[in-house]
Design a protein around this ligand. Structure first.
Ligand code: AFP
Length: 329
């Protein structure tokens, strides 16, 4: 029988090896794991209780709020309320950050999250995710400006993917680990450690329904991936679930690239820098890949707004570099 290593035990071992994986960080990861377990349980019962469908409200992103979006956000907030460690919660679903600090000198971590990624999959029982990013601040934020931090400043990031099983993927700068939830014992167990992304893949993941809204450079690049050319491994095959965490997870394991480009009339694209692009970029970079807008690397962007959107091209290093070269021409 292979060795069983729980998330809790893994974090304790990690603390012994890497000073940056502090006790505070262990506590935060334990709470994130709890959030994952609760959301996974609620999703497993979604068709049985009155939790599918829309709330009738629209969020700060101008998108229809699903009941499960709201519930997932609530679960994150409740897990970190009265926290002595995380002082500020910044969510894709909340217009402004929420302070959960109990005293003035505690809670200098800030947690950014997309509580339920891939909302259009909710009602059709397709994969969903939760994406998170952790920053350490020097003091409690006095304004929203102090929460506008580059991806390179993240101390940890990851995602929970609710698919055929529930997995937790994270990095705190020491490689990427994957834990799978064993529902029988309610524990996340290490299922793959120190993941590396293939240098080049054969998969591209993009919403091709938007093709005619893209720049000609982007249209030509996707056409290039679809051409037959055996020496360069083309054609690539297309895969797209509508859940970023699921699509990027496939790319992490199998190689290739995920793209959500800007459009001629909407150059900033759709995805949110702080809740989606920066955290997934940290994970992919830690596995040896690249996250880019096509023009600049995601981790170097200094946000100008909390809900800022940027184009995203993320995945195997050789694939993303080729895309950058084509798009910069
Ligand atoms: P939500 O987080 O609002 O559910 O949006 C999902 C998402 O940000 C990402 O998970 C998908 O890859 C992408 O949007 C899907 O967008 P399209 O439906 O435009 O392809």
């Amino acid at each position: 029988m292979s060795k069983v290593l729980s998330l809790t035990k893994f974090i304790i071992q990690e603390r012994a090896m890497f000073p940056q994986a502090t006790e505070e960080f262990s506590t935060i990861m334990t709470q994130i794991a709890l959030v994952g377990k609760i959301i996974a349980r609620e999703l497993s019962q979604a068709g049985l209780i009155d939790i599918l469908g829309s709330t009738g409200a629209t969020n700060i992103q101008g998108e229809e709020v699903q009941k499960l979006d709201e519930r997932a956000n609530e679960i994150f907030v409740q897990a970190f309320e009265d926290s002595h460690i995380v002082g500020t919660l910044i969510s894709e679903e909340m217009e402004t950050p929420v302070s959960v600090s109990t005293t003035n000198n505690s809670g200098t971590y800030a947690l950014y999250f997309d509580p339920l990624d891939g909302s259009s999959n909710i009602d059709v029982n397709a994969p969903l995710g939760s994406i998170f990013s952790l920053h350490r601040l020097s003091s409690l934020p006095k304004s929203n400006e102090s929460l506008l931090r580059a991806g390179s400043e993240q101390v940890a990031a990851g995602y929970i993917l609710y698919g055929s099983s529930t997995i937790l993927v994270y990095t705190c700068g020491n490689g990427v680990q994957i834990f799978t939830l064993d529902p029988g014992i309610g524990e996340f167990l290490l299922s793959a450690g120190n993941i590396t992304i293939p240098r080049r893949g054969k998969i591209y993941s993009v919403n091709e329904g938007n093709r005619w809204k893209w720049t000609s450079g982007m249209q030509n690049y996707i056409a290039y991936l679809q051409e037959t050319d055996a020496p360069s491994g083309r054609p690539y095959t297309g895969r797209y679930t509508g859940c970023l965490a699921a699509d990027v997870h496939r790319i992490l394991l199998k190689g290739g690239l995920y793209l959500y480009p800007g459009e001629v009339k909407k150059p900033e694209g759709k995805l949110r820098l702080l809740y989606e692009c920066a955290p997934l970029t940290l994970v992919i970079e830690q596995a040896g890949g690249i996250g880019s807008t096509g023009m600049e690397r995601i981790s170097t962007i200094h946000p100008t707004a909390l809900h800022q959107r940027v184009p995203l091209i993320i995945g195997s290093p050789e694939d993303v570099e080729t895309a950058e070269q084509v798009l910069m021409c």
